[in-house]
Design a protein around this ligand. Structure first.
Ligand SMILES: [Zn+2]
Length: 65
């Protein structure tokens, strides 16, 4: 068993993102938590209406300012 263990971070049930195609805020489908280049978490999903890939950056609660 040399398979790499790919356990994704638990995705939230519902994440709202902005669809650039619909130009509207939609609730993403197939939400996955990914890491950006900066190492910050982001939610990646698809627009339920047009299927465009959507990304939403998850802000940390420990930000000051
Ligand atoms: Zn859309």
């Amino acid at each position: 068993m040399a398979l790499p263990e790919t356990t994704p971070t638990q995705a939230p049930a519902e994440v709202e993102g902005y669809c650039v195609k619909c130009k509207a805020t939609r609730k993403m489908t197939e939400v996955q938590i990914v890491s950006t280049k900066n190492g910050k978490p982001a939610a990646k999903g698809k627009c339920p209406v047009c299927g465009t890939t959507m990304m939403k950056f998850l802000s940390s609660k420990t930000t000051t300012g």
